[in-house]
Design a binder for this molecule. Sequence first.
Ligand SMILES: CC(C)(COP(=O)(O)OP(=O)(O)OC[C@H]1O[C@@H](n2cnc3c(N)ncnc32)[C@H](O)[C@@H]1OP(=O)(O)O)[C@@H](O)C(=O)NCCC(=O)NCCS
Length: 175
Amino acid sequence: MLKGSRLTLRAVTRDDLPRYVHWLNDLQVIEHLSLYLPMNIDDETEWYEGRHHRSDALNFAVDDETGKHIGSVGLMNINPRVQSAELGIVIGDKTAWGRGYGTEAIGLLLEYAFNTLNLNRISLRVNADHPGAIKCYTRCGFVTEGEMRRAEFRAGRFINQYLMSVLRAEYQERP
Ligand SMILES: CC(C)(COP(=O)(O)OP(=O)(O)OC[C@H]1O[C@@H](n2cnc3c(N)ncnc32)[C@H](O)[C@@H]1OP(=O)(O)O)[C@@H](O)C(=O)NCCC(=O)NCCS
């Protein structure tokens, strides 16, 4: 549905669900996500079947230039009154990391959020010890609004998180 130079963002299908289960049980993939419970196909199917009843969230599957499904990107807590939402991304195929796909997928989603959904503010929270994601978000125009102290707990220790956001006007003014 949304086409970039290499990536396509399209509707999630039932056939995608086993890949989500595989990715979301991979401790390396979920290291910086808030997920920590094991997940099975029933959990994913429940999410998939329930998504039509939720107007405050949307998800795209991300395919690379060969048509391979490599991840997912979406918006949560969409608030039409405030024109705001929160962004989430998982490039679940680890062989695709560090090749600019995250940056391109977020760019496509921001275009859609600002120019089709008429949103004005997209925000996210990211662990302070996740430099690859922070670089990717910064490249997409996100700025750090603040640091939340000890907002996450993982592997026996507390971790700070940054709150980042991008506003439509500043996104559109970028070169
Ligand atoms: C975070 C994530 C979306 C980034 O996607 P990606 O496709 O790897 O991102 P990009 O390649 O567009 O950009 C990442 C940049 O950070 C760099 N990078 C990666 N790891 C790094 C590290 N440890 N330190 C510094 N830079 C790092 C990459 O080299 C790349 O920069 P470059 O293009 O200048 O080489 C992806 O790794 C992912 O989905 N991870 C699992 C789920 C997750 O953590 N989601 C985000 C939760 S906040």
